[in-house]
Design a protein around this ligand. Structure first.
Ligand code: DQQ
Length: 533
């Protein structure tokens, strides 16, 4: 790493320079993973959007190709915005994506690979019939709120279905279209799903998950052993929410399970930075993989100075938790290929009020996993009934606020002497006869530079600390920290820009600022630099 580029990452997906945002059209074809993304070829800020393209055989190392989809037809002359891949029968991939037309209307277009014998699918052809879906008076679609087609799925009636994000007044909508031939699309009378007061629904995603296994499913799969997941990115708050529910194929509507909502108390893939995400079914390994865009927490001026903005999160495998009430996510196993120099933490007691340095790893580029053992929960602080917002609770009780059980966890990207550090930690509360586990990512001390957004993030983790393992895994990569609590039940991603804790000057610590001791076991690995673009 160049000393003057301390924030570039070693194993997260990014191009050599400029702006990136949403993941687009991920797919696997002939054993090669394809990843496309919203890209500005000219600048480190959003604009001039094309679909940049890279391929990989392992989801870790990536080879860049020329832009796959760029403005070239009236129906996308003002921009090629987000969209998704569908694998047609016979294994042929096609892309549906949003184009911005000469009147700046959002319309949906189709592109297909020019040459299916090229495993890299380097050239994409747009069909002359574009746009296939457009807003009009008759269909009552708002021309500035009609974008981001999903992967299409095939119903038992042999008709394809796709949803497109939309909004009517402040009601967010998943606008449903059907087609027999993938060319002629007819808008359904009812959206697949909608919710009042949620605003524009960007980048919807809709897919089945297996009730009994962690295996992923083809997007068209339906049946008794399947639940459905609906995810949406809310333009208003820049947050994503997902619900778990039932797809009623007869009525062609999705019904979230009771209590499952797209707002404040709803479930999120990630309780930190993570937006415009999209899954795809990896048929080679029978898993569903989630990609998500992580934007910067620095100022636009600093982004322009460093010449780039935006990363992709490490792709995550996701599946339905055995409770059936939430998803579980875990970094794809391939990332473990980058591990070297594993340092085992000898099982030990982390005394209340102590900090323990983890030595022997490159702390700026590491994969750490620690399990915490709690023998006595009596000292857990009593949860006030008003403490329902985990992010607020984490900001009020940052890493330096002593508790009974916790805060305990990791200080990452920390400078010697702790002038800078990002703390990722747990607190355990008592709530009548059960325990409530809070995971926090506190960026408030992450950098001496005052210009960055240092918002603290938080999530409740559905783990019973008395009977289940309580673990924390963090992927640390120079300016990003992705943390997985409760073995993937709650994830928090943060961007940080240390001025001292960079490269070889970064340190890693385990800490316990609670009054009660906790046992720790685990290991930390240095991660090699991946070959990315
Ligand atoms: N980004 C794209 C849109 C999408 C938004 C434009 C979400 O298609 O709605 O770059 O970040």
């Amino acid at each position: 790493h160049l000393v003057n580029e301390p924030y570039r990452t070693g194993y997260h997906f990014q191009p050599p320079k400029n702006w990136i945002n949403d993941p687009n059209g991920p797919l696997i074809y002939k054993g090669i993973y394809h990843f496309f993304y919203q890209y500005n070829p000219l600048d480190a800020v959003w604009g001039n959007i094309v679909w940049a393209h890279s391929t990989s055989t392992d989801l870790v190392n990536w080879t860049p190709h020329d832009a796959a989809i760029y403005p070239s037809q009236p129906s996308d002359i003002n921009g090629c915005w987000s969209g998704s891949a569908t694998i047609l029968p016979g294994g042929k991939p096609v892309m549906l994506y949003t184009g911005i037309d000469p009147q700046n209307r959002q319309v949906q277009n189709l592109a297909y690979p020019k040459n299916l014998s090229d495993p890299f699918l380097r050239e994409w052809t747009k069909i002359p019939q574009n746009p296939l879906m457009a807003p009009s008076q008759a269909n009552q679609i708002n021309a500035s709120s009609f974008r981001d087609p999903t992967t299409a799925w095939l119903g038992p009636d042999k008709k394809w279905r796709v949803i497109i994000g939309g909004k009517t007044n402040q009601t967010g909508e998943a606008i449903l279209y059907r087609s027999k031939d993938f060319l002629n699309w007819v808008k359904a009378k009812q959206p697949l799903h909608s919710a009042e007061k949620t605003g524009m629904w960007e980048c919807p995603d809709f897919f089945p998950v297996s009730i009994h296994s962690q295996n992923g499913l083809d997007t068209s799969k339906i049946g008794p052993n399947v639940k459905h997941v609906f995810k949406v990115s809310l333009d208003n708050t820049r947050r994503e929410y997902y619900t778990i529910g039932t797809y009623n194929i007869d009525k062609d509507i999705y019904i979230p399970d009771k209590g499952s909502v797209e707002s404040d108390s709803g479930l999120r893939y990630d309780y930190g930075k993570f937006y415009a995400s999209k899954t795809f079914f990896d048929s080679s390994k029978n898993r569903r993989i989630l990609w998500g865009w992580i934007n910067e927490s620095s100022t636009v001026e600093d982004d322009i100075k460093k010449g780039w903005s935006g990363l992709q999160a490490i792709p995550r495998t996701l599946w339905l938790d055995k409770s059936g009430k939430q998803l579980v996510q875990w970094p794809v196993v391939e990332i473990e290929k980058l591990r070297e120099k594993e340092v085992k933490l000898p099982s030990s007691v982390l005394k209340g009020g102590s900090v323990h340095e983890v030595l022997g790893v490159t702390a700026a580029q590491a994969d750490v996993e620690i399990t915490f053992g709690i023998s006595d929960l009596k000292k857990a602080e009593v949860l006030d009934p008003s403490w329902t917002n985990p992010q607020l609770l984490c900001s009020q009780k940052g890493a330096s606020v002593k508790g009974g059980l916790g805060p305990f966890g990791l200080l990452v990207l920390a400078s010697k002497g702790l002038k800078e550090y990002t703390s990722v930690f747990y607190r355990i509360f008592k709530d009548h006869n059960k325990h409530v586990v809070l995971l926090c990512s506190d960026q408030s001390r992450s950098s001496l530079n005052k210009d960055n957004d240092k918002t603290t993030y938080g999530a409740f983790v559905n783990v019973d600390p008395l009977h289940e393992k309580l673990s924390l895994r963090s992927l640390i990569d120079h300016s990003i920290v992705e943390s997985f609590g409760g073995e993937g039940k709650a994830c928090i991603t943060a961007r940080v820009y240390p001025t001292l804790a960079i490269n070889g000057d970064a340190h890693l610590y385990a800490f316990n600022y609670g009054t009660e001791d906790v046992k720790i076991t685990g290991s930390a690995c240095s991660l090699k630099t991946a070959k990315i673009n």
